[in-house]
Design a protein. Structure first.
Length: 596
């Protein structure tokens, strides 16, 4: 039996390999239940777009809708034309969807404001006639509906010139728009969007022949090279927007097609077959099926078990339901018509749980499975599945910077901040007692006083934390966890008297319960430092490696202090302090935080 549960060692491995989301220009990955519009639906015709809890909807448009002609009258540069080009683009379907979501439409919309938008523009059999009139070579193909339609050969130079211009215009218009959460690679050979190129036997033979006439080794060589080129064009046009490849076997089946799909999968997620993922290009499948619960149906094969732990991938990932769970609901499950069949079936849950334990962050669902007719229990299920899928989002990045500003909830400490203060501070010091004294002491973040040294070597908890360090004085980590991984510090000290010393940067989780409420996370240190007189010392503190995840409850905050141990003291008193205020020099890069 195939029982699927991600926990224990497997889960740990996935977390340690996870990337983090930064507060850069890159958009966050889409998560939750997404309404997939059918080809005939718009934001004004679907009955479920206003559904509470649905995180986004997917609008699917075609090239012949966006660019029905390249030379219309009334073209306005910068509005529906590329500036200084005169090329016409009709963005009205996408723009209307954005206006509805943002609440700026001049007419009523059937959309809940605040949702995100996922957009695809298909080429292939939806290529406008004017492209062929301009000289692009077509090939007639049998579609999944058994129609025979033309589509351009994907390596044709005229076709590529026109299509690549549209990709550039698409990105120029929407890459910076925060409502457009993700887009999809297209125009690299598929008949529509899924990676199905030619599936009829005669079409395959003709396509292969034309590929070889064009100088490729065969059809696989051609489709791989063209896909790489198109992926690069989309990445150039959408540097900040997650862009996903919708998989499929390009030849309708067989190992050769599986290998070609795997090649494109790898290139999309890594930037090259042997490259490194960038966290912005990802994968989507259009064949997701529901699995049964192992607890409810222990004889089901396959079935799902979910311990609720996040499953992190290094790239954005989500899947599309293979169909709606209509009266023929048995085909909605894998395997089709499972025995025993779930009684009663919970199709939305079983679909989303299959995706969640696979590491995806969103599921595209048709209107039927979101309709109000399915009742308030379905509304609650949407919210539940949104929360579960969101757990698979990569951890939020977190780098805290040593500042010179007092903390609000702990007056003896200074704040950690996450925005570069931009001003170096070197004159907040405490006094070393002199007399060749040795021993250790906590260096107060706010300076002041003569240090009282304790003989010996400090540890992670000795001396006890005294609240005079640095505190990330926000509630961001409450109910979250610092994920397992490494902490990398940058720190400098300003020292007046020559001495030999060691520096210990200690990390804690601090609660509101008082002095005993400091839980050690770990220590970063550098020992045996020969500190010259009147010197600024750039420390080479050790990285705190493979730290286990740390859960934060309400009131818990991240805290750190600095302990210095004089092993060969100076004869005279003198000032010593922690330099602070510049992110490039005084910070701790954490492995990031995530839902518990």
């Amino acid at each position: 039996m195939n029982r699927h549960c991600f926990a224990g060692l497997l889960f740990t491995t996935l977390v340690l390999g996870a990337t983090t989301r930064s507060a850069s220009a890159e958009k966050p990955w889409l998560s939750g239940v997404v309404h997939l519009l059918s080809g005939s639906q718009t934001v004004r015709t679907s009955e479920s777009l206003g559904k509470a809890g649905v995180s986004a909807f997917r609008v699917r448009v075609s090239w012949d809708q966006v660019q029905p002609t390249d030379t219309p009258t009334g073209c306005t540069p910068g509005v529906n034309c590329t500036p200084n080009d005169g090329t016409y683009y009709d963005w009205s379907i996408i723009d209307d969807a954005i206006a509805c979501v943002n609440g700026t439409s001049s007419s009523p919309c059937n959309v809940a404001t605040g949702q995100k938008l996922s957009v695809s523009i298909s080429a292939g059999v939806n290529t406008p006639q004017w492209v062929y009139d301009a000289g692009a070579e077509p090939i007639d193909v049998v579609t999944s509906g058994n129609d025979v339609l033309p589509m351009p050969l994907p390596w044709d130079s005229v076709y590529k010139m026109k299509w690549y211009a549209l990709i550039a215009a698409f990105g120029a218009r929407y890459d910076a728009n925060p409502t457009v959460a993700q887009v999809f690679f297209s125009g690299h050979g598929p008949q529509v969007l899924e990676f199905h190129v030619v599936t009829d036997e005669e079409d395959i033979i003709e396509f292969n022949s034309k590929a070889m006439e064009a100088g490729y080794m065969d059809k696989s060589d051609a489709i791989r090279q063209v896909s790489v080129e198109v992926v690069d064009k989309f990445v150039e046009a959408f540097p900040n927007t997650p862009t996903l490849f919708t998989g499929g076997n390009p030849w309708g089946g067989g190992m050769e097609g599986d290998d070609d799909e795997a090649f494109v999968d790898t290139y999309v997620t890594s930037g090259s077959p042997d490259g490194i993922e960038d966290g912005i290009r990802g994968l989507c499948k259009s064949t997701l099926k529901a699995w049964q619960s192992c607890d409810e149906h222990p004889l089901a094969d396959p079935c799902w078990e979910d311990d609720g732990a996040p499953v992190h991938k290094l790239y954005p990932s989500g899947d599309q339901a293979i169909q709606q769970s209509t009266s023929n609901i048995r085909d909605f499950y894998a395997p089709e018509n499972p025995v025993p069949f779930p009684t009663p079936p919970v199709p939305l849950r079983d679909l989303c749980e299959h995706e969640a334990i696979s590491g995806g962050t969103y599921v595209e669902v048709y209107a039927y499975d979101l309709a109000d007719a399915r009742g308030s229990a379905n509304d609650a299920m949407i919210e539940l599945m949104n929360a579960r899928l969101a757990k698979n989002l990569p951890p939020e990045s977190l780098t805290v910077i040593f500042s010179n500003t007092a903390a609000g909830t702990l007056g003896t400490a200074n704040q950690f901040v996450t925005t570069d203060p931009g001003t170096e501070v070197t004159n907040v010091n405490s006094t070393y007692p002199g007399g060749n004294a040795t021993g250790y002491a906590i260096i107060p973040a706010q300076g002041g006083g003569t240090l009282s040294l304790t003989p010996g070597t400090p540890t992670a908890t000795t001396p006890a934390a005294d609240g005079k360090g640095w505190l990330w004085d926000v509630t961001t980590l409450e109910g979250k966890k610092l994920v397992a991984g490494d902490f990398t510090p940058l720190l400098r000290i300003r020292n007046q008297r020559a001495a030999t010393l060691s520096v210990y940067l200690r990390l804690f989780k601090r609660s509101n319960a008082g002095p005993s409420a400091y839980t050690s996370i770990g220590v970063m240190s550098q020992t045996g430092i020969s500190a010259g007189a009147n010197s600024t010392i750039i420390l080479s503190l050790s990285t705190l490696t493979t730290v286990a995840a740390v859960n934060f409850s309400v009131g818990d905050k991240l805290y750190a202090d600095v302990v210095i141990n004089w092993t060969a003291g100076a004869g005279q008193t003198g000032n010593i302090g922690i330099v602070r205020g510049l992110a490039a020099n005084e910070q701790i890069a954490t492995p990031g935080y995530d839902a518990q």
